[in-house]
Design a binder for this molecule. Structure first.
Ligand code: FRU
Length: 739
């Protein structure tokens, strides 16, 4: 028998609540337990007080508005996902938001069993967000949800009252929401009288595992209450994470890479667990991650956009070319499909298209979760972290604890990273300081850091300089303004030639929403020469960054692509890599974006349709081409057509020739003709669409899920004819076949 995993029998016994201390199982106790389960000792049947399933409150009475006209069917608009209730209905007093108040009272019932058990969540106030047992006009028992501060969870948890002393009495249950502020609501479900002693909580539940395999798989239930899980290796705390552990059947399995801990004892310590939880007992060791056979083949896995094997990702971090590889780090929650537990995940690629995920490199520590930052190659070993002939790769990140500070880590092999012993390198300026981006400034021979610093609701970028990456001096401050958008978070800063002219370079300062400004930089101060301009024009793109140290000097950006999707054990992706340039337009220099040429390696089959005339009557020239993953390129002169309409697997991309605007799935943006022509490039993956137009001035990234059986493509003109100069469709292959 595998000593790390309880047998099915043991698990069943554990779940039936035979053990008070659930994290251990002992053969003899198990036998006793099975004997107790003999029929003559069967408990009396449970008595349902309310399951809130019937679509109405039945005989329960409401006052006020908070409880709405009937049981809720989950979350209300503006509420986080509500989980942990049974069936379809529950009591959720978030009806009309936290401001609404009211009560919900049961009809009178007789206390017939020694315990009342229920599921409860929401606010934690015993006066204003609670459930009470009322006997003889007095509240004799009260329960609340767990939340009294920002964050928290909408998950309902089991609760219980011992009501032995009231057996035979008449009682009512009153659910109360008199609170109007944050967590001013209460969630309740499944109230039952029972004779079986309810599950109790086990504090600091533990499981020791002697590591003999590469991965430890953890069971995750999306939306379950978050438990504080401390991972210890041979008794030493390694990391702490908040994890939605599954007490019973998991939605998916997260994994801990235990490669470095072979032969050691890993202890998972959980702050609290119901005593019938299977969360710890079901943790399983394996040589491949659980579900590896489906990895990257999942139906909603983007096939040529980077996403993590498991868990949530947000911003790209530490993008750099080092030792022949592009490195992409990323904000990662390895243990949930929502944001949290920020680690830096790490992936490498030789072409920015085919990525190999190497797992997590910066873990949360006592200085806090690992927020966004950047990477540079310290060619001259100014930091002293390198070795002769081995310049170090230096990462800079925000340690987002209290205080929130900027820190560094380094590596000479691009695989193992050491956090600098004398971190932080920049102390807290305000608690809203984060996302350091570092560049080398050759004229002054100094490192330059641009750091987002929120001051009240004002965004600023602090510019700091350093000779060696660990001693930093404030040089100047750029004001983003009060609109809370411009230069908010994740700045990027780089120099680009205008129209490729190296004698006319400009500095570009970028914010997370990809708005940018252009100006000059003397090594200390940035002087904006223009107001802010919009960056990308789509819907689901944020916090982009560019690679440092690219071998050919190209400035290449990738952004966090918020494409979900729901129902998968991973969440969100990165955009395709795009080369940034500055191009002169009649209004002055503007940023353009072009998909990098390396993406051409995805092309499996090409259809080149040459020049043709599109008219409303013309047959669809793309009929019969049925790719799953698509790159489509069309260049046309509008002629007298009002619209050129491209359909890609159910997405519509309309070029409005009169207004010179592009409408992508109903989202309208400017797209000026360039020398009388329009060039449109479309990339369609399983969960996303990216459209480039106007020679790169217009970029529209968007979450989009084509229906699996819709493989049609189309192009047509409306209101007149258009001349297509060239039309190409490439059937793309998946980028996930990395050895
Ligand atoms: C942007 C951001 C950053 C922060 C990170 C945390 O999406 O809020 O400012 O460093 O995400 O995950």
């Amino acid at each position: 028998m595998n000593p790390d995993k309880p047998s099915q029998l043991q698990l069943t016994a554990l779940r039936s609540g035979c053990f008070q201390s659930k994290v251990k199982w002992i053969g003899t106790l198990l036998t006793a337990c099975l004997t107790l389960a003999a029929p003559q000792l069967r408990a009396a049947d449970d008595v349902m007080i309310a399951d809130f399933e019937g679509g109405t409150y039945g005989d329960w009475k409401t006052t006020g508005e908070a409880f709405g006209p009937a049981p809720a069917l989950g979350a209300f608009p503006g509420q986080m996902a509500v989980a942990g209730f049974k069936g379809k209905g529950l009591v959720n007093s978030f009806f009309k938001g936290d401001v609404s108040t009211g009560t919900l009272t049961s009809p009178e019932f007789k206390v017939q069993r020694p315990f009342i058990i229920f599921l409860i969540g929401g606010g934690k106030n015993p006066e204003t967000t609670c459930m009470r047992l009322v006997i003889d006009g007095k509240a004799v028992r009260t329960a609340t949800g767990p939340n009294d501060k920002d964050g928290g969870t909408e998950a309902l948890e089991p609760g219980s009252w011992d009501v032995t002393e009231f057996l035979g009495k008449k009682a009512t249950i009153q659910i109360v929401d008199l609170a109007t502020g944050g967590w001013g609501h209460i969630n309740v479900d499944h109230i039952v009288q029972t004779e079986r002693k309810p599950a109790t909580w086990v504090a600091d539940a533990k499981r020791d595992i002697k590591v003999g395999k590469r991965y430890l798989n953890l069971p995750i239930k999306n939306g379950a209450a978050k438990r504080m899980v401390t991972t210890l290796v041979d008794g030493k705390v390694e990391v702490k994470n908040e994890i939605e552990l599954a007490d019973a059947a998991p939605d998916w399995w997260a994994f801990v890479d235990a490669g470095a801990w072979q032969g050691k004892t890993v202890t998972f310590k959980v702050d609290k667990l119901p005593d019938d939880s299977a969360a710890l007992t079901s943790i399983e060791q394996s040589d491949a991650i659980k579900g590896a056979e489906n990895l990257f083949k999942e139906p909603l896995r983007g096939q040529f956009h980077f996403s993590s094997r498991r868990g949530w990702i947000n911003d790209p971090n530490g993008m750099v070319f080092f030792n022949g590889e592009y490195h992409l780090f990323y904000q990662h929650n390895p243990y949930g499909i929502g944001w949290g537990n920020m680690h830096w995940g790490h992936a490498v690629s030789r072409d920015m298209v085919h990525w190999k995920d190497l797992g997590d490199k910066l873990m949360p520590d006592d200085s806090g979760p690992m927020f966004s930052g950047s990477a540079v190659v310290d060619w001259k070993n100014t930091s002293g972290f390198g070795k002769p002939g081995k310049p170090p790769l230096v990462l800079t990140y925000t340690a987002a604890g209290h205080p929130t500070v900027q820190s560094i880590a380094y590596s000479t092999d691009g695989r193992t990273f050491t956090k600098y012993a004398r971190n932080p390198v920049v102390k807290e300026i305000t608690d809203g300081n984060r996302d350091p981006k570092i560049i080398w400034h050759e004229p002054t021979k100094k490192w330059v850091m641009v750091l987002y610093v929120g001051i009240g609701n004002k965004s600023t970028v602090h510019i700091m300089t350093s000779p060696n990456l660990h001693e930093w001096t404030l040089a100047s401050v750029v004001e983003g303004g009060n609109d809370n958008r411009f230069l908010f978070e994740c700045p990027d800063f780089f120099e680009l030639p205008v129209d490729g002219n190296k004698a006319n370079k400009k500095w570009v300062l970028f914010g997370a929403n990809s708005e940018y400004t252009i100006g000059g930089f003397d090594g200390k101060s940035f002087t904006a020469e223009v107001p802010k301009y919009p960056g990308q024009l789509g819907l689901n793109y944020y916090a982009p960054q560019t690679f440092s140290d690219t071998p050919d000097g190209r400035r290449i950006q990738m952004g966090w692509f918020q494409v979900g999707p729901n129902g998968m054990p991973f969440h969100h992706a990165m955009s395709i890599p795009q080369e940034l340039k500055l191009m002169t337009t009649p209004e002055g220099p503007r940023m353009t974006r072009t998909p990098v040429k390396e993406l051409e390696s995805l092309r499996a089959k090409s259809h080149k349709l040459g020049s043709l005339t599109l008219s409303p009557e013309a047959a669809n020239p793309l009929a019969g081409i049925n790719p799953e993953l698509v790159e489509l390129r069309a260049e046309f002169t509008p002629g007298d057509a009002n619209e050129v309409i491209i359909n890609v697997r159910g997405a519509t991309v309309v070029y409005d020739t009169k207004k010179q605007e592009l409408v992508v799935n109903g989202h309208r943006v400017p797209a000026p003709l360039q020398a009388g022509r329009q060039r449109i490039t479309i990339y369609c993956d399983r969960v996303s669409l990216e459209v480039f137009a106007s020679d790169g001035l217009t970029y529209v990234p968007m979450a989009f899920q084509p229906k699996a059986d819709n493989l049609t493509l189309g192009i047509q003109a409306k209101g007149g004819s258009s001349k297509i100069n060239s039309l190409q469709v490439y059937e793309l292959k998946s980028a996930w076949h990395v050895k």
